[in-house]
Design a protein around this ligand. Structure first.
Ligand code: C5P
Length: 220
């Protein structure tokens, strides 16, 4: 495994959705499949990296035993798993669709239905990527952004606010981009505002493009 572009590098990747418990049988979640993060992890391993993949609930499996897969459920668990490994990492990519809110109180018993409406009070989850930016030492830190308006400006703002080295923008305006599907269309933006747009591609190919951009910057 020597002589590859990521030989000797440790890489942390988050993938998939998170599930935030409402009661023992219900949760708040989203439709992320985890595909983009899993493809990034597989590509990194093929490029020689030691990979830790922290994944929320997904049906995806890994054949590659080179990758250390840590399965988590909630944003809080994902946060803890990431911070347990972050200090020794060279690159971290947050590709997970982390829930922004969770129920403030988790019912200990299955909630019974009653007449009338029901409100569930929500509180913010920790922003994992932001916290990694706050604790950044040597790591090359990459986030994702899914924007529906002022995409470039919002993505650049996020890059700065979260202290990132680069951000990958998925545009919902582009057909074939983003959630659920097998393809994606991205724009890669680095902290010097160098911008590169790519065509719609299979997520495995998108992962390859993203790693090329990262490798050229960590070896520069
Ligand atoms: O702020 P926003 O949610 O748009 O940022 C998206 C980026 O932040 C993604 O890289 C996502 O994985 C990461 N994120 C996170 N923890 C959160 C929310 C977002 O790591 N609680």
């Amino acid at each position: 495994r020597k002589g590859l572009p990521l030989s000797g590098k440790k890489v942390l990747i988050t993938a998939g959705p998170t599930q935030e418990a409402i009661d023992p049988v219900r949760f708040l979640g989203n439709r992320s499949t985890g595909t983009m993060g899993f493809e990034l992890a597989k590509r990194a391993a093929n490029l020689g990296a030691e990979v830790v993949l922290v994944a929320g609930p997904t049906s995806l499996k890994l054949e590659n035993s080179q990758i250390e897969l840590i399965r988590v459920t909630s944003a809080q668990e994902m946060y803890e798993a990431c911070h347990a490994h972050y200090a020794k990492m060279d690159v971290a990519i947050c590709a997970a669709a982390v829930a922004d809110y969770r129920p403030k109180y988790v019912a200990q018993e299955k909630m019974k239905k009653k007449d009338g409406e029901l409100s569930i009070e929500l509180e913010r989850t920790p922003d994992i990527l932001f916290s990694l930016g706050q604790n950044k030492k040597k790591q090359f830190l990459v986030g994702f952004a899914l924007e529906t308006e002022n995409e470039l400006e919002n993505a650049k703002g996020k890059l700065q606010r979260k202290n990132l080295d680069a951000i990958v923008l998925n545009s919902l305006k582009d057909s074939g981009a983003g959630f659920g599907g097998g393809t994606n269309k991205i724009t890669f933006i680095d902290k010097n505002s160098e911008i590169k747009t790519f065509d719609v591609k299979e997520k495995s190919e998108v992962a390859s493009d993203i790693w090329k951009e990262i490798i050229s910057r960590i070896h520069a």
